[in-house]
Design a protein. Structure first.
Length: 273
Protein backbone atom coordinates (compact mmCIF):
# COMPACT_ATOMS: atom_id res chain seq x y z
CA UNK A 1 0.00 0.00 0.00
CA UNK A 2 1.15 3.51 -0.76
CA UNK A 3 -0.23 7.03 -1.04
CA UNK A 4 0.41 9.05 -4.17
CA UNK A 5 -0.21 12.75 -4.63
CA UNK A 6 -2.09 13.89 -7.73
CA UNK A 7 -1.43 17.05 -9.70
CA UNK A 8 -4.28 18.69 -7.79
CA UNK A 9 -2.53 17.96 -4.49
CA UNK A 10 -4.85 15.20 -3.27
CA UNK A 11 -3.64 11.83 -2.01
CA UNK A 12 -4.89 8.54 -3.42
CA UNK A 13 -4.59 5.15 -1.70
CA UNK A 14 -2.93 2.64 -4.03
CA UNK A 15 -2.30 -1.11 -3.79
CA UNK A 16 0.59 -2.41 -5.88
CA UNK A 17 0.97 -6.20 -5.85
CA UNK A 18 3.29 -8.51 -7.78
CA UNK A 19 5.55 -7.80 -10.72
CA UNK A 20 5.34 -8.06 -14.49
CA UNK A 21 3.10 -6.31 -16.99
CA UNK A 22 0.96 -3.76 -15.09
CA UNK A 23 -2.78 -4.15 -14.79
CA UNK A 24 -4.40 -0.97 -13.42
CA UNK A 25 -7.89 -1.39 -11.99
CA UNK A 26 -10.60 1.23 -11.44
CA UNK A 27 -13.45 0.29 -9.11
CA UNK A 28 -17.14 0.97 -9.40
CA UNK A 29 -19.34 3.45 -7.60
CA UNK A 30 -19.68 3.67 -4.61
CA UNK A 31 -17.08 1.05 -3.72
CA UNK A 32 -13.30 0.83 -3.23
CA UNK A 33 -10.24 -0.90 -4.65
CA UNK A 34 -10.97 -3.80 -2.28
CA UNK A 35 -13.52 -5.12 -4.78
CA UNK A 36 -10.56 -6.00 -7.01
CA UNK A 37 -8.71 -7.99 -4.33
CA UNK A 38 -9.72 -11.47 -5.48
CA UNK A 39 -8.68 -10.85 -9.06
CA UNK A 40 -5.60 -8.83 -8.09
CA UNK A 41 -4.26 -11.73 -6.03
CA UNK A 42 -4.74 -14.16 -8.92
CA UNK A 43 -3.18 -11.69 -11.37
CA UNK A 44 -0.12 -11.23 -9.15
CA UNK A 45 0.20 -15.01 -8.77
CA UNK A 46 0.20 -15.29 -12.58
CA UNK A 47 3.04 -12.93 -13.35
CA UNK A 48 1.15 -9.65 -13.58
CA UNK A 49 1.59 -6.47 -11.56
CA UNK A 50 -1.81 -5.64 -10.05
CA UNK A 51 -2.37 -1.95 -9.27
CA UNK A 52 -5.68 -0.80 -7.79
CA UNK A 53 -6.56 2.49 -6.14
CA UNK A 54 -9.41 4.15 -4.30
CA UNK A 55 -10.97 6.89 -6.41
CA UNK A 56 -10.74 10.36 -4.90
CA UNK A 57 -13.48 10.79 -2.33
CA UNK A 58 -13.83 7.04 -1.73
CA UNK A 59 -12.29 4.45 0.56
CA UNK A 60 -8.99 5.57 2.04
CA UNK A 61 -8.25 8.31 -0.49
CA UNK A 62 -8.69 11.98 0.37
CA UNK A 63 -12.13 13.58 0.08
CA UNK A 64 -11.65 16.97 -1.61
CA UNK A 65 -14.66 19.16 -2.27
CA UNK A 66 -14.33 19.06 -6.04
CA UNK A 67 -12.70 17.15 -8.89
CA UNK A 68 -15.37 14.52 -9.49
CA UNK A 69 -15.74 15.21 -13.20
CA UNK A 70 -14.26 12.65 -15.58
CA UNK A 71 -11.54 14.96 -16.90
CA UNK A 72 -10.11 15.26 -13.39
CA UNK A 73 -10.63 11.56 -12.69
CA UNK A 74 -8.74 10.70 -15.89
CA UNK A 75 -5.94 13.01 -14.74
CA UNK A 76 -5.86 11.12 -11.44
CA UNK A 77 -5.43 7.89 -13.40
CA UNK A 78 -2.61 9.49 -15.39
CA UNK A 79 -0.93 10.45 -12.11
CA UNK A 80 -1.23 6.88 -10.81
CA UNK A 81 0.38 5.59 -14.00
CA UNK A 82 3.22 8.09 -13.70
CA UNK A 83 3.80 7.56 -9.98
CA UNK A 84 3.92 3.77 -10.33
CA UNK A 85 6.05 3.88 -13.48
CA UNK A 86 3.55 1.62 -15.23
CA UNK A 87 4.22 1.06 -18.94
CA UNK A 88 2.64 -1.29 -21.48
CA UNK A 89 -0.27 -1.41 -19.04
CA UNK A 90 -3.76 -2.85 -19.26
CA UNK A 91 -6.56 -0.65 -17.93
CA UNK A 92 -9.53 -2.40 -16.31
CA UNK A 93 -12.59 -0.32 -15.53
CA UNK A 94 -15.61 -1.71 -13.70
CA UNK A 95 -18.88 0.24 -13.93
CA UNK A 96 -18.05 3.91 -13.25
CA UNK A 97 -14.39 2.98 -13.73
CA UNK A 98 -15.04 2.29 -17.39
CA UNK A 99 -15.56 6.00 -17.86
CA UNK A 100 -12.10 6.71 -16.49
CA UNK A 101 -10.64 4.29 -19.01
CA UNK A 102 -12.52 5.95 -21.89
CA UNK A 103 -11.64 9.50 -20.88
CA UNK A 104 -8.00 8.55 -20.31
CA UNK A 105 -7.80 7.10 -23.81
CA UNK A 106 -8.95 10.40 -25.32
CA UNK A 107 -7.60 13.00 -22.90
CA UNK A 108 -4.19 11.33 -22.47
CA UNK A 109 -4.02 9.62 -25.87
CA UNK A 110 -3.87 6.18 -24.27
CA UNK A 111 -0.28 6.78 -23.21
CA UNK A 112 1.45 3.65 -21.78
CA UNK A 113 -1.66 1.53 -22.42
CA UNK A 114 -1.56 -1.69 -24.46
CA UNK A 115 -4.97 -3.22 -23.61
CA UNK A 116 -8.30 -2.08 -22.19
CA UNK A 117 -11.16 -3.87 -20.44
CA UNK A 118 -14.64 -2.51 -19.72
CA UNK A 119 -16.64 -4.57 -17.21
CA UNK A 120 -20.31 -3.74 -16.60
CA UNK A 121 -19.25 -0.28 -17.68
CA UNK A 122 -21.24 2.96 -18.00
CA UNK A 123 -19.57 3.66 -21.36
CA UNK A 124 -20.67 5.13 -23.72
CA UNK A 125 -23.66 7.09 -22.29
CA UNK A 126 -26.13 6.23 -19.55
CA UNK A 127 -28.63 9.10 -19.74
CA UNK A 128 -31.76 8.76 -21.85
CA UNK A 129 -31.92 11.57 -24.41
CA UNK A 130 -33.53 12.03 -27.81
CA UNK A 131 -30.42 10.61 -29.48
CA UNK A 132 -29.88 7.94 -26.79
CA UNK A 133 -33.33 6.36 -26.38
CA UNK A 134 -32.01 3.17 -24.70
CA UNK A 135 -30.58 5.21 -21.81
CA UNK A 136 -31.84 5.58 -18.24
CA UNK A 137 -34.32 8.42 -17.54
CA UNK A 138 -33.09 11.40 -15.52
CA UNK A 139 -35.87 10.73 -13.02
CA UNK A 140 -34.17 7.49 -11.99
CA UNK A 141 -30.97 9.33 -11.10
CA UNK A 142 -32.97 12.03 -9.29
CA UNK A 143 -34.64 9.36 -7.16
CA UNK A 144 -31.23 7.88 -6.33
CA UNK A 145 -29.91 11.26 -5.22
CA UNK A 146 -32.99 11.89 -3.09
CA UNK A 147 -32.61 8.48 -1.46
CA UNK A 148 -28.99 9.10 -0.59
CA UNK A 149 -29.69 12.55 0.82
CA UNK A 150 -32.52 11.19 2.97
CA UNK A 151 -30.85 8.06 4.39
CA UNK A 152 -27.69 6.93 2.64
CA UNK A 153 -27.23 3.72 4.63
CA UNK A 154 -30.81 2.61 3.97
CA UNK A 155 -30.51 3.49 0.29
CA UNK A 156 -27.37 1.39 -0.16
CA UNK A 157 -28.82 -1.63 1.65
CA UNK A 158 -31.53 -1.74 -1.03
CA UNK A 159 -29.32 -0.60 -3.91
CA UNK A 160 -26.86 -3.47 -3.52
CA UNK A 161 -29.59 -6.09 -3.76
CA UNK A 162 -30.27 -5.00 -7.34
CA UNK A 163 -26.54 -4.51 -7.90
CA UNK A 164 -25.91 -8.20 -7.16
CA UNK A 165 -29.16 -9.57 -8.58
CA UNK A 166 -30.71 -10.60 -5.27
CA UNK A 167 -34.35 -11.63 -5.67
CA UNK A 168 -37.08 -13.15 -3.53
CA UNK A 169 -36.04 -16.72 -4.30
CA UNK A 170 -32.42 -16.49 -5.43
CA UNK A 171 -29.26 -14.71 -4.37
CA UNK A 172 -26.02 -14.99 -6.37
CA UNK A 173 -24.03 -13.62 -3.42
CA UNK A 174 -24.05 -13.97 0.35
CA UNK A 175 -25.64 -11.55 2.80
CA UNK A 176 -22.12 -10.77 3.95
CA UNK A 177 -21.16 -9.53 0.45
CA UNK A 178 -24.08 -7.10 0.61
CA UNK A 179 -22.97 -5.83 4.03
CA UNK A 180 -19.34 -5.59 2.90
CA UNK A 181 -20.44 -3.44 -0.03
CA UNK A 182 -22.54 -1.17 2.18
CA UNK A 183 -19.57 -0.76 4.51
CA UNK A 184 -17.37 0.31 1.59
CA UNK A 185 -19.99 2.71 0.28
CA UNK A 186 -20.29 4.40 3.67
CA UNK A 187 -16.53 5.11 3.71
CA UNK A 188 -17.06 7.70 0.98
CA UNK A 189 -18.06 11.27 1.67
CA UNK A 190 -21.60 12.32 0.77
CA UNK A 191 -20.28 15.01 -1.58
CA UNK A 192 -18.15 12.65 -3.74
CA UNK A 193 -20.89 10.02 -3.62
CA UNK A 194 -23.46 12.41 -5.08
CA UNK A 195 -21.04 14.14 -7.45
CA UNK A 196 -19.77 10.90 -8.93
CA UNK A 197 -23.30 9.60 -9.36
CA UNK A 198 -24.07 12.71 -11.38
CA UNK A 199 -20.86 12.28 -13.37
CA UNK A 200 -21.45 8.70 -14.45
CA UNK A 201 -25.12 9.41 -15.14
CA UNK A 202 -24.61 12.39 -17.40
CA UNK A 203 -21.15 12.14 -19.00
CA UNK A 204 -21.29 11.32 -22.71
CA UNK A 205 -18.36 9.11 -23.73
CA UNK A 206 -19.48 8.50 -27.29
CA UNK A 207 -16.78 10.85 -28.55
CA UNK A 208 -14.12 8.93 -26.61
CA UNK A 209 -14.73 5.60 -28.34
CA UNK A 210 -12.66 6.40 -31.43
CA UNK A 211 -9.63 6.88 -29.18
CA UNK A 212 -9.51 3.21 -28.19
CA UNK A 213 -6.64 2.04 -30.40
CA UNK A 214 -5.70 -1.07 -28.43
CA UNK A 215 -7.32 -4.51 -28.10
CA UNK A 216 -10.38 -4.01 -25.93
CA UNK A 217 -12.43 -6.59 -24.04
CA UNK A 218 -15.99 -5.75 -22.97
CA UNK A 219 -17.80 -7.95 -20.43
CA UNK A 220 -21.37 -7.33 -19.32
CA UNK A 221 -24.27 -9.25 -17.82
CA UNK A 222 -27.56 -9.45 -19.71
CA UNK A 223 -29.39 -9.25 -16.37
CA UNK A 224 -27.70 -6.02 -15.30
CA UNK A 225 -30.40 -3.72 -13.87
CA UNK A 226 -27.93 -1.07 -12.70
CA UNK A 227 -26.31 -0.44 -16.10
CA UNK A 228 -28.53 -2.08 -18.74
CA UNK A 229 -26.54 -3.72 -21.50
CA UNK A 230 -28.17 -2.20 -24.60
CA UNK A 231 -27.13 1.39 -23.88
CA UNK A 232 -23.73 0.37 -22.54
CA UNK A 233 -21.74 -2.70 -23.58
CA UNK A 234 -23.50 -3.37 -26.87
CA UNK A 235 -23.22 0.26 -27.90
CA UNK A 236 -19.58 0.41 -26.79
CA UNK A 237 -18.72 -2.73 -28.73
CA UNK A 238 -20.27 -1.22 -31.84
CA UNK A 239 -18.24 1.97 -31.47
CA UNK A 240 -14.81 0.66 -30.43
CA UNK A 241 -12.56 -0.75 -33.13
CA UNK A 242 -10.99 -4.13 -32.34
CA UNK A 243 -13.38 -4.74 -29.43
CA UNK A 244 -14.57 -8.15 -28.25
CA UNK A 245 -17.86 -8.36 -26.34
CA UNK A 246 -18.59 -11.24 -23.97
CA UNK A 247 -22.11 -11.35 -22.59
CA UNK A 248 -22.80 -13.24 -19.37
CA UNK A 249 -26.32 -14.58 -19.70
CA UNK A 250 -28.48 -13.41 -16.81
CA UNK A 251 -25.56 -11.95 -14.85
CA UNK A 252 -26.21 -8.91 -12.63
CA UNK A 253 -24.12 -5.76 -12.37
CA UNK A 254 -21.84 -6.98 -9.58
CA UNK A 255 -20.48 -9.89 -11.57
CA UNK A 256 -17.04 -9.58 -9.97
CA UNK A 257 -18.71 -11.37 -7.03
CA UNK A 258 -21.59 -13.26 -8.62
CA UNK A 259 -19.49 -14.66 -11.50
CA UNK A 260 -16.03 -14.41 -9.95
CA UNK A 261 -14.51 -17.60 -11.38
CA UNK A 262 -15.68 -17.00 -14.94
CA UNK A 263 -14.63 -13.35 -14.87
CA UNK A 264 -11.20 -14.24 -13.51
CA UNK A 265 -10.67 -16.82 -16.25
CA UNK A 266 -11.80 -14.46 -19.02
CA UNK A 267 -9.60 -11.63 -17.75
CA UNK A 268 -6.51 -13.82 -17.37
CA UNK A 269 -6.99 -15.23 -20.85
CA UNK A 270 -7.13 -11.74 -22.34
CA UNK A 271 -4.35 -10.19 -20.26
CA UNK A 272 -1.77 -12.98 -20.63
CA UNK A 273 -1.94 -13.40 -24.41
Amino acid sequence: MTLIKTRSGNELYVKDWGSGRPVIMMHGWPLTADTWDDFAMVAADNGLRAIAYDRRGFGRSEQPWDGYDYDTLADDLADVIEATGAADAALLGFSMGGGEVARYMSRHQGRNVSKAVLIASVVPFMLKTTDNPEGTPQSTFDEMADGMKTDRAHFFASFFKDFYGVGLLTSPVSDEIIQWSVNQAMMAGIKPTLACAEAFATTDFRGDLAHFRVPTLIIHGTGDKTVPIDASARAAAAGIANATLIEYDGAPHGLFASHKERLTADLLDFLTR
